[in-house]
Design a protein around this ligand. Structure first.
Ligand SMILES: *Cc1c(COP(=O)(O)O)cnc(C)c1O
Length: 388
């Protein structure tokens, strides 16, 4: 019997780096020590206090039943306290917060909430692939907003085609960003709110790296710090990267109450909310954010510096950002993103992500991830130094 996939699934663009994956697999089978700097998944454990809370709440019988699709008040009020303390923003925990199974889920599902077949969604290029795939699954089309180094990888609203802006239903964006690592200012978010209000576009800001920063000078702002931002959209705040909780699948959407309500309505029809014990544990994370984030940032600062030093030494150019767990590096003369990634793997058994994986404006770059222990990172850098 032939199990034919839906057109939706069949229309996922072909994976560009299958060849590189094949080489990695073959090398591993040959017991060659391959080091991956390609994956953005924190290598540090989730803090004990968070794990303990999960264990405690997991044995509470009340949590063994269906949770509410609209979230548990323990996490919603912790999220509101956190936004107040961390960003200085007032949030109504009952109507302006929605717990999610990770931001990826929320980003993919928001398309089904607002996008009709044929609708247009604005996405950055390069970007986190889910913005495009989610849109496509819902039958929408994406319009690329190029991010270039000349413009510090910020969206240039004046370059968005007027007709596209008029037609657009939704916009995704992400600062500090993956893969570019670029941050933005409140001033930028203010311009975003103006643009979105003018064209009546729902803003979905993906704040996955909002608490990864080198020092106070580089502390990211929230989209909700912009004036009238709550009128035009929401922010996805993920605990995955900032609290080393990628495996837990927990984040929340925060902002415009109507968007929160509609996303909750959608979710109540396709899932039944997040395990309450996980919501309790996430609340502990948010309530102790200062201490927890500090520990993480010390680790990433050390690694970021190590990578910068090496790149300076071998003369590779990179975007100097004090945010995220990534470094966005220009490929050297004579290569494109894919051929460089392949050459690096061939010559040194080190894996990096080719920038073109994130969109055509990622071409000419590769991404190094800092989520690997210091010894392995040093080993990988040594190998790079020896071949370039
Ligand atoms: C890692 C990442 C996510 C995933 O968040 P989850 O909460 O783990 O689903 C979302 N957006 C960006 C830009 C990311 O890099």
């Amino acid at each position: 019997m032939l199990f034919e996939e839906s057109n939706r699934l069949k229309s996922i663009p072909p994976y560009l780096f299958a060849e590189i994956d094949k080489i990695i697999k073959k090398k591993k089978e040959e017991h060659i020590d391959v080091i991956s700097l390609g994956i953005g998944d924190p290598d540090t454990n989730t803090a004990d206090a968070i794990v303990k809370e999960l264990c405690k709440e997991a044995s509470n019988k009340e949590n063994h039943r269906y949770p509410s699709s609209y979230g548990h008040k323990v996490l919603k009020s912790a999220a509101a306290r956190f936004y107040k303390k961390r960003f200085g923003i007032n949030i109504d925990p009952e109507n302006e917060v929605l717990p999610l199974w990770g931001s990826k889920e929320g980003i993919a599902n928001i398309a089904y909430v607002y996008v009709n077949p044929g609708d247009l969604v604005l996405v950055p290029d390069p970007c986190y692939p889910v913005y495009k795939i989610g849109t496509m699954f819902a039958g929408g089309t994406t319009y690329a907003m190029p991010l270039t180094e000349e413009n510090d990888f910020l969206i240039d609203f004046s370059k968005i085609d007027e007709n596209a802006a008029k037609k657009a239903k939704l916009m995704h964006l992400n600062y500090p960003g993956n893969p570019t690592s670029a941050p933005c200012s409140v001033n930028f978010f203010d311009k975003l709110v103006d643009f979105a209000s003018k064209y009546e576009i729902i803003v979905c800001h993906d704040n996955a790296y909002g608490d990864i920063y080198a020092d106070d000078e580089h502390k990211p702002v929230s989209f909700l710090n912009a004036k009238n931002s709550k009128d035009v959209g929401i922010e996805f705040y993920s605990l995955s990267k900032s609290f080393n909780m990628t495996g837990w699948r927990i984040s929340f959407a925060v902002g415009n109450d109507a968007v929160i309500k509609s996303l909750g309505k959608y979710k109540s029809n396709v899932d039944s909310g997040v395990f309450n014990a996980i919501q309790h544990a996430a609340a502990v994370a948010l309530d102790n954010y200062e201490e927890l984030i500090d520990l993480n940032n010390k680790i990433y600062n050390r690694r970021r510096k190590k990578v910068w030093e090496l790149l300076d030494k071998i003369g590779f150019k990179y975007y100097k950002s004090y945010n995220t767990i990534y470094i966005w590096v220009k490929v050297p003369e004579g290569y494109d993103s894919a051929s460089f990634a392949k050459a690096l793997l061939d010559k040194s058994n080190v894996v990096v992500t080719p920038g073109s994986a994130y969109g055509s404006y990622g071409e000419g770059y590769f991404r190094i991830s800092l989520t690997i222990d210091d010894c392995r990172l040093e080993e990988a850098l040594d190998r790079m130094k020896n071949v370039f």
